[in-house]
Design a protein around this ligand. Structure first.
Ligand SMILES: [Zn+2]
Ligand SMILES: [Zn+2]
Length: 320
């Protein structure tokens, strides 16, 4: 496995920047420029790189969709949130049509924010493409058909040009798919969700979203430490801050930045990506959450190896 590309990182519902949000970023950038002049676009770009991420960028708004670039001929994707639309466009731009491709899509669960991008995933309309949807919910095919049934959507599921297959996996059982060993794990969430661990010869990635953790249970703690063990990257549901997760939002089916740090440290994982961002949090709040999480990692490090903490954003590519 080579890279992980984040196409959608927002939890529960896609969000967009407003005109006022953009204006605030422009004001912050011009204030920081403080009358400076720039010789060319190179100098301008250098200056932009010095600005905080919340000023020069945005975490983005598409719901969950993550691509694992294996380096092989077949594509590996986690979830079909609204980020599946730009992902599909990028594949069409790269491969053109007709140029049949095989897409392996791993579905964490059947909540709408994880499926809603599928009807906008252009490769599904192109004859010759093969799409294999892997998941652990026995009624996964029914859910995919349902969201493309009148009156919910104008195009019926039967209009798909690609060959679509479903593969119901068993939690804890490893399957060799697209050159990678894939192991699903049951997670605590309304209607159940599943995390996936991807192992190639020299790299491991864990995709674990929409998962609440009850770490007071020794068995549960040990199970996730094993699942995350020595992973190069753990993509983790950090929808809430610790304070929210233990108070008002306990039992809401999501986890926090702190739990992610604790599990990754115990598992000796190398990198933690905060993911499934709370819909209500703007770029400043998400930046603060990242800074707090990094600080927390430092003060709880003790004899652990440093854990690199990043916050996923739409368009981010992480080299493994
Ligand atoms: Zn979700
Ligand atoms: Zn969910």
């Amino acid at each position: 496995m080579k890279n992980v590309v984040f196409w959608g990182t927002r939890g529960s519902l896609p969000v967009a920047l407003t005109a006022n949000d953009v204006r605030q970023k422009i004001i912050a950038a011009l204030t920081a420029a403080n009358g400076k002049t720039f010789r060319n676009s190179g100098a301008l770009n250098e200056f932009i790189d010095t600005l905080p991420f919340a000023t020069r960028g945005t975490f983005g708004g598409h719901s969950s969709c993550v691509e694992i670039v294996s380096g092989g001929h077949e594509h590996i994707i986690c979830d079909m949130g609204s980020g599946a639309r730009p992902l599909g466009q990028s594949k069409i731009a790269t491969y053109g049509a007709p140029n049949p491709q095989t897409y392996h899509i791993f579905i964490s669960h059947l909540h709408w924010d994880h499926l809603m991008g599928f009807p906008y995933f252009t490769p599904m309309y192109l004859p010759g493409n093969r799409i294999i949807i892997h998941g652990c919910h026995p009624h996964i095919e029914a859910a995919f058909r349902l969201q493309m049934t009148a009156p919910c959507f104008p195009v019926d599921y039967s209009q798909a040009g690609a060959k679509i297959e479903f593969d119901v996996m068993t939690p804890g059982q490893t399957q060799y798919i697209a050159g990678v060993n894939v192991t699903p794990k049951l997670q605590l969430h309304a209607g159940d969700s599943y995390g996936y661990r991807f192992d190639s010869i020299d790299r491991s990635v864990v995709y674990s979203t929409d998962s609440e953790h009850k770490l007071e249970s020794k068995e549960e703690h040990e199970g996730f430490v094993k699942f995350f063990a020595k992973a190069d990257l753990v993509i983790f549901d950090a929808m809430y801050s610790l304070a929210e997760a233990v108070s008002v939002k306990a039992d809401w089916g999501h986890s926090s930045n702190m739990v992610g740090v604790e599990l990754c440290q115990a598992a000796k994982a190398k990198r933690l990506a905060l993911f499934h961002h709370e819909t209500m949090n703007d770029d400043n709040q998400l930046s603060r959450l990242l800074a707090e999480t990094r600080r927390l990692e430092e003060i709880t490090r003790h004899d652990h190896n440093p854990l690199e903490v990043i916050s996923a954003y739409d368009g981010l590519t992480v080299a493994l």
